[in-house]
Design a protein around this ligand. Structure first.
Ligand code: UDP
Ligand code: MG
Length: 316
């Protein structure tokens, strides 16, 4: 099979028939063999009923229905597990992404050899309250992930080589950083294509402004787990040792300073009367705690079933 189109959706009943017809038209024009996998993320409207109807009408439509609303990432992850096509395309259900982009995305993966091609909504039809924070978000994501050529990490329209979706795990709200996940999994040929974007036709957006706060927190998590996930002591140990040493030296300075003043007959104050003593003490305590966090982290890693799981590309 050439293409799997994975569509996560939550309460998008009105858009689905139009989207399906449009995808089918594009696929037919280009003679692709394909499947459309709708992952209904616990919709409370008629979405699932509509999908069941579409599955009868179109043999290439498949559907998975969650018992409750888990989020876009779990929906994508489930779709990825099901996908059988050589190229997997993800696309939002709300008709903001255009199926007309599919043939070119397919070509970029198959002919140009990209592992992942991300859409770039260069001209966006979203409110300003969303487009401005998005710019900032993408700049940060580029820096942290080191994927310098992407302008739009969270674009719903993306194409993947089959292996990529089978080797990454999208969980929580990590759909915003799939290129980073792919890079961490060793898929580094990541490209971009400018895509058409449209205003939402039916329904309303499913994400509020909290997406930006959560987005930054998730980025911090990814940076940390990518760099230190397998060796937490290298992070906590270094930080803890540094803090402890600085604290220790400071305590010594305060203590010996007092002794020196005492024996050289100068006026002196009690160590416990100096604010530096308490600062130093706090540093030592925090340092010790960070160090111990490192140990606990190492114990957790040691018990993780995936601690020695590596993705092998080839053997000879
Ligand atoms: N979506 C989902 N589960 C959720 C929230 C959203 O499957 O909990 C789907 C939604 O139906 C749509 C896509 O994710 O197909 C993108 O959502 P939306 O269009 O609301 O986001 P925006 O375009 O505003 O970024
Ligand atoms: Mg949308």
């Amino acid at each position: 099979m050439d293409i799997s189109v994975v569509v996560p959706l939550y309460n998008e009943a009105e858009s689905l028939p139009e989207l399906t017809a449009w995808i089918a038209r594009v696929m037919k024009e280009h003679d692709f063999s394909y499947e459309v996998i709708f992952v209904d993320d616990g919709s409370t409207d008629d979405s699932w009923k509509v999908i069941s109807g579409l599955a009868k009408e179109y043999p290439s439509v498949k559907g998975v229905s969650f018992r409750r609303n888990y989020g876009k990432s779990p929906a994508l992850n489930t779709g990825f597990k099901e996908a059988q096509g050589d190229v997997v395309i993800t696309m939002d259900a709300d008709l903001q992404d255009s199926p007309d982009e599919i043939p070119e995305l397919y070509r970029m993966v198959v002919r140009d050899g990209y592992d992942l091609v991300s859409g770039w909504k260069q001209k966006r039809y979203d409110p300003l309250s969303k487009t401005i924070p998005t710019k900032l978000f993408n700049a940060t994501a580029r820096r942290v992930s080191g994927i310098k050529n992407l302008h739009d990490f969270n674009c719903g329209l993306k194409a993947y080589r089959h292996e990529v979706v089978k080797h990454i795990e999208v969980y929580g709200d990590m759909h915003r950083y799939i290129p980073y996940l792919a890079k961490n999994a060793g898929f580094t040929r990541i490209g971009e294509k400018v895509v058409k974007h449209q205003a939402r036709k039916y329904g309303s957006t499913k994400f509020g402004l909290d997406r930006f706060v959560n987005g930054y927190l998730d980025l911090a998590t990814l940076w940390f787990t990518g760099k230190f996930g397998a060796k937490p002591m290298h992070f906590f140990g270094l930080l803890g040792s540094l803090m402890f040493i600085i604290g220790f030296i400071s305590v010594m300075v305060v203590g010996f300073g007092k002794l020196y003043q005492m024996y050289s007959g100068q006026p002196y104050i009690l160590v416990t009367d100096s604010p530096y003593f308490y600062l130093a003490l706090t540093m030592m305590l925090l340092g010790t705690m960070l160090f111990l966090t490192g140990f606990i982290g190492e114990l957790i890693v040691r018990n993780s079933p995936s601690r020695n799981h590596y993705e092998i590309k080839e053997t000879i």
